[in-house]
Write a protein that binds this ligand. Structure first.
Ligand code: UDP
Length: 493
């Protein structure tokens, strides 16, 4: 990738530092596009060889059309940290035990990035870095550059974590007892078993990391959030009370200007675009269930089979994305050799690997999205105006479920009460039975008053989401505010 250092005198330079995971990389690249499209800004994205190849294609077209974005590619130390060659992303890790090594390899980029900054005639005006990378905080301080954080989540998550951290209420309840998170705008009730690992894993490394994270968060100049104010206004307001400079600039996925950009997102799609559209075009509007569980969860074959059985029993058209990963053979055997695909071939499409999710969600045939509640997927579903079946796995996904099902009332939960521990899914066993999936799918697809109302709310939210990024919309205004604030900071240099 070319290292483009050309900069107009009045142009601000944002240096982006993403973390290796599709759920963080994809929105970071969308954000680069949004800022560069806004004008007066050029963006350089710190990247590594495989990530550049993997995610770079999203930017080919925008760069060709003259958007001032470039990749700064640095070598990645696989061997030194015991990572398999080419492993630069969480979804590529052979096991969760190597997550620490991956973080260390990312930390080793600090020296190279600082050497790059030192060589520049003019320092970047802003470092926009992933919250989970701690070193950009030191780099920003060293070069006196304002740092803006991005963690890929929303304001309800920030507030749930905040009140839990302050109140420690979860320490006073039993494992599976539900309790109300204190001081939030809605009555959010959760069990201890549904909380992010930061509150449940009692180990020294995790506690130390969380402490450093909190310090780094407090020191940041501001935070950009992939959300829009109208979606969670009460939580945006609360978050602004606890921290300065919150910029909701989403939904980031809506930065795509045309359909061709929808297909080029993240990995190469495992299905031909025309084949996918042809299949969708042949279905009635609002009739298809789309089931996709993000990029990093590694659901056990026995659990996936329960989902497959539910899709089969629903008798409705469906698209099921089965991610290639470990244990693929077992699930493939069930889908192929044991006849699932044959039995459902008249109404089912199995995508093995990577789906063109935005393209699928934006098609009028889609009537429901069964999601693991990763924030990107959740927001993409909301932006497309599709009601959701929520099946959270871990981390903040349970908060996202609460937002969708309880606050926005555009989703139906399959009813999970326990996180699945990533890397140890076998122990979690089968958490959701096919009957529970069937119940939630039926509720989301039913044509009665309740379903109609839910669909109406979902469509309305989609309209508001799209408006947020139009000229004069709340997210556009926040992008302008972010750029203006950085310009003011820059003038003090
Ligand atoms: N995604 C996709 N196709 C797939 C799986 C995932 O395009 O087959 C994209 C999805 O659109 C989203 C991201 O990958 O932008 C996943 O992020 P999310 O926060 O939903 O979940 P995570 O993978 O981080 O758990």
């Amino acid at each position: 990738m070319a290292l483009d250092e050309s900069q107009e005198p009045n142009q601000l330079h944002f240096l982006f530092v993403p973390m290796g995971s599709p759920g963080h990389y994809i929105p970071t690249i969308d954000m680069a596009k949004l800022l560069a499209q806004h004008g007066g800004v050029r963006v350089s994205i710190v990247t590594t060889p495989v990530n550049a190849l993997r995610f770079g294609s999203i930017l080919d077209q925008p760069i060709q059309s003259g958007l001032p974005i470039s990749f700064l590619e640095f070598p990645f130390s696989y061997k030194e940290f015991g990572l398999p060659e080419g492993c630069e992303s969480i979804d590529d890790l052979p096991n969760m035990g190597l997550a620490g090594a991956l973080m260390q390899a990312y930390a080793s980029l600090q020296k190279q990035v600082e050497e790059y900054i030192e060589k520049l005639d003019r320092r970047p005006d802003c470092i926009l870095a992933d919250t989970f990378l701690l070193w950009p905080s030191e780099t920003a301080k060293k070069f006196r550059i304002p740092r803006v954080m991005f963690d890929g989540m929303n304001c309800i998550t920030q507030m749930c974590n905040h009140v839990l951290y302050l109140s420690k209420v979860y320490e006073t309840v039993g494992e599976s007892e539900s309790f109300v998170l204190p001081g939030l705008p809605d009555r959010i009730e959760l069990r201890r078993t549904q909380l992010p690992f930061a509150f449940t894993l009692n180990n020294k490394t995790m506690s130390e990391f969380n402490e450093k994270l909190r310090v780094s968060e407090a020191e940041a100049y501001g935070v950009v959030v992939n959300s829009f104010e109208e979606l969670e206004q009460d939580y945006v307001d609360e978050y602004q009370k606890v921290r300065d400079k919150v910029y909701c600039i989403g939904p980031l996925s809506l930065c795509q200007k045309d359909e061709s950009e929808n297909i080029q997102r993240g990995n190469k799609s495992s299905i031909n675009k025309h084949e996918c559209i042809k299949w969708l075009d042949s279905r009635e509007n609002g009739s298809v269930i789309y089931a996709c569980l993000g990029s990093i969860s590694r659901i056990e074959p026995a659990q996936l089979i329960e989902l497959g059985l539910a899709l089969e029993a629903s008798k409705r058209p469906f698209i099921w994305v089965v991610r290639a990963g470990h244990k693929t053979e077992k699930i493939e055997k069930w889908i192929d050799e044991e006849g699932f695909e044959e039995r459902t071939k008249d109404r089912g499409l199995v995508i093995r690997g990577w789906a063109p999710q935005l393209l699928v969600l934006s098609h009028p045939a889609i009537g429901g999205f069964l999601t693991h509640c990763g924030w990107n997927s959740t927001l993409e579903g909301i932006s497309a105006g599709v009601p959701l079946v929520t099946w959270p796995q871990f981390q903040e996904q349970f908060y996202n479920e609460k937002l969708v099902v309880q606050v926005l009332r555009t989703g139906v939960s399959v009813g999970v009460t326990k996180t699945v521990f990533w890397g140890n899914e076998v122990e979690s066993g089968v958490v959701v039975k096919s009957d529970e999936f069937i119940k939630a799918i039926e509720m989301i697809m039913e044509k009665g008053i309740e379903g109609d109302e839910r669909r109406k709310r979902a469509k309305q939210l989609s309209k508001i989401a799209n408006k947020a990024l139009e000229e004069g919309g709340s997210s556009q205004r926040n992008i302008t505010r972010l750029i203006q604030d950085i310009r003011i900071q820059s003038s003090f240099k």
